[in-house]
Design a protein around this ligand. Structure first.
Ligand SMILES: [Zn+2]
Length: 179
């Protein structure tokens, strides 16, 4: 499902876009029935700011919702900087993935980033699990990635060409469900 709005790479940019140009979030068609008329239907909130202290936190972050005039179901769109199904930002996940690709141990990553080892292990195994589908789709869009010889080589090259959030936004656009 086309859930991610590309090129909104920070929470502040998202808040500014919502205030000044909210129309960029509106899907062209309903993801449930493909009907072309969606109305703004308020926002829900996510605690997506994991960086600031409580006093200067941007939370809660509003996420715009839309109501389909055909099937009456709602859908929402996320800025590129927020991962659909994960609590932590893509940028933090990218740091961890690059460290693991460089053969840093789970334990060391966990200590250095202050993240639970099980969380890191889950990200890593999910990337491996979805690698085939992700790589196939990204290679079609970016043929230069076709030269990568294996999992490690592929993701090192990919994350040198683009950020993890950009890669996931491309996959989302291709209809692939991203973590
Ligand atoms: Zn619909």
């Amino acid at each position: 499902m086309y859930r991610i709005v590309a090129s909104i790479t920070s929470l502040q940019q998202h808040l500014d876009s919502l205030a000044n140009n909210p129309v960029i979030y509106r899907p062209r068609v309903c993801p449930h029935c493909s009907f072309g008329q969606l109305w703004c239907h308020g926002c829900y909130e996510r605690k997506a700011d994991r960086t600031g202290s409580a006093s200067d936190s941007l939370n809660p972050i509003p996420i715009p919702r839309f109501l389909c005039q055909g099937c009456h179901q709602t859908c929402s769109r996320l800025p590129e900087c927020i991962a659909p199904r994960r609590w932590y930002s893509w940028s933090l996940q990218q740091i961890i993935i690059l460290a693991l690709l460089a053969e840093c141990s789970l334990l060391r990553c966990s200590r250095q980033c202050g993240l639970d080892r099980h969380t890191i292990r889950r990200w890593w195994s999910e990337l491996k699990e979805h690698h085939h589908a992700f790589a196939l789709s990204l290679r079609m869009r970016f043929p230069e990635l076709g030269r990568s010889v294996d999992f490690t080589d592929f993701w090192q090259n990919c994350l040198q060409m683009m950020s993890l959030s950009e890669a996931m936004t491309w996959l989302d656009r291709e209809g692939i469900i991203v973590p």
